[in-house]
Structures are given as C-alpha cells and as structure tokens.
Design a protein around this ligand. Structure first.
Ligand SMILES: Nc1ncnc2c1ncn2[C@@H]1O[C@H](COP(=O)(O)OP(=O)(O)OP(=O)(O)O)[C@@H](O)[C@H]1O
Ligand SMILES: [Mg+2]
Length: 240
C-alpha cells in the first residue's frame, strides 16, 4: 500500500499536526496579508531542509536576494554559508518570467518555458525543497478567472511532474472574504493550504494560522495561535 512520505516543516509544533510534515513532492500554499509571516514560514522550511542536508531553492518575486538574506539573518539564519556551499540558491523570479510571449496587455507568461528553465536549475542542484514567494507572478494573466485557474492548474502540475521537490507557494489574500481566489493561487488546486492572519484576541492583536487543507492527512479544522520570535522564528504557541 502507498504510504505518504512526509517532509518536516521546520515550524515547531506544526509537524505534530500534520502526521510528521507536508506530503512529500507536493505543493503547499501559504496565504496571508502582508506581514502575516509567509516569507518567514517559507525560509524556515528551507533552513530546516538545509540543516538536514536537503538542498533548497528560493525564488523571490517581490524582494531581492539581499533582502531575503537580511531577513533570514535577523532570525539568526546564515544563508550565505549555504549559498557558498552551493546548497541553497536564491533566484529572481524575473529571470524566468521574462520568458513571456506577446507584449503589453497581451503579455502571457509561457509557463512551460518558465517552469522548464526552473526545473533545469532545480534538478542540476538536486534540490529537495522549493519556495516560490510569491507564486502569483507565475500565473499572472490578463483577463478572466478561468484562465488564471487553468494557469494555476498547469503550474501545480508542472511543478509535480518536472521536479522532485516539496514546494511552498505563497500568495496574498484576504482571508474569509472569498476574495483571495482573485489574488493569486486557487487553494483547491494545491495539496495543502495554510492561512496566516493577524486577528483580535482578548482585546489584543495576535497571530493565527489555519490549516485549511492537507491532502492525505488527518487534520482537524482549528485556529492555531503562533508567534514569530528572534530565537525560534515561526513557532506555534502554545505547542500542540
Ligand atoms: N527578526 C525578527 N524577529 C521577530 N519578528 C520578526 C523578525 N523579522 C520579522 N518579524 C515579524 O515578521 C513580520 C513579517 O513577516 P514576513 O515578512 O514573513 O511577512 P509576509 O507575510 O511575507 O509579508 P509580505 O506579504 O509583506 O511579504 C514582521 O512584520 C515582524 O512582525
Ligand atoms: Mg513576504
């Protein structure tokens, strides 16, 4: 019988909620508004892999590699060490997204080419973990929702078929308004979806995480509180 292999998340407390981690080789979407912790979540997932000898690739769309290195350093993670050892690469999404056809409003990303190029890099490095932060630009299209859905479906499929990595895709979203599907990746197309929010609790603002779905995993709907701290990074608090 097939048993789902697990990839540790690196987030203290999260593996216990996920039967050991994310389903191996699949894509997990992390959605949230700015400042909710998407980038730190994704970096921590990569750093966890690096500590276990699993190579990683971070594809940045909004920030440059230096910003990412600086963000990680603020949490005590020395990414430069891994980059020098060729265990980690921080790539600029623009490199892949320039492979678009057409111009202006008609511009359409050739996703086969973009992911094909990326897969070439991923496979040469032998990476096991991949982050697209945010993934939206890979499915950026001009008009209707249907086309975005098609593009998203294709992106998820290409990631699964052309590389062996377990992937974190981030996307902006406004939770529970139904609006987030218009902001990026549709969560029903990915293997897992995690929503990060800043919420009011007992008269104070706090951080909240909901695991909306995780295929092949006995995960109960619940809102988990978490913290981001210099010492532990992204950590469920209290631990489950
Ligand atoms: N070194 C640090 N120590 C403690 N908390 C930090 C540290 N660095 C960042 N944070 C917290 O994490 C938040 C930013 O998290 P992150 O950059 O992961 O959010 P994001 O969801 O990726 O945002 P965006 O959508 O703008 O990219 C900061 O606003 C701050 O509250
Ligand atoms: Mg970010």
């Amino acid at each position: 019988m097939i048993k789902t292999e697990r990839v540790t998340t690196g987030i203290p407390g999260l593996d216990q909620l996920l039967e050991g981690g994310f389903p191996k080789g699949r894509s997990v979407l992390v959605t949230g508004e700015p400042g909710t912790g998407k980038t730190i979540f994704a970096l921590q997932f990569l750093v966890e892999g690096l500590r276990r000898g699993e190579k990683g690739i971070y594809v940045a769309a909004d920030e440059g590699p230096t910003d990412i290195i600086e963000q990680a350093a603020s949490l005590g993670w020395d990414l430069e060490k891994y980059i020098e050892a060729k265990e980690l690469a921080i790539l600029n999404a623009g490199t892949y997204l320039s492979s678009s056809s057409g111009a202006g409003k008609e511009r359409q990303i050739d996703i086969h080419k973009a992911i094909g190029d990326l897969a070439g890099f991923v496979n040469r490095l032998g990476a096991k973990r991949l982050v697209l932060d945010p993934a939206g630009p890979f499915v950026l299209l001009r008009d209707t929702t249907t086309r975005i859905q098609d593009q998203t479906r294709l992106l998820i499929k290409l990631l699964r078929t052309s590389m062996q990595t377990t992937n974190i895709l981030t996307s902006y979203g406004v939770p529970r308004t139904g609006e987030r599907t218009l902001h990026g990746i549709e969560e029903y197309l990915v293997a897992g979806a995690i929503i990060l929010e800043i919420v009011w609790r007992d008269g104070k603002l706090g951080r909240s995480m909901v695991i909306e779905k995780m295929r092949c995993t006995d995960v109960k709907p619940a809102q988990h509180t978490f913290d981001i701290s210099k010492v532990q990074g992204f950590v469920l608090d209290p631990l489950p």
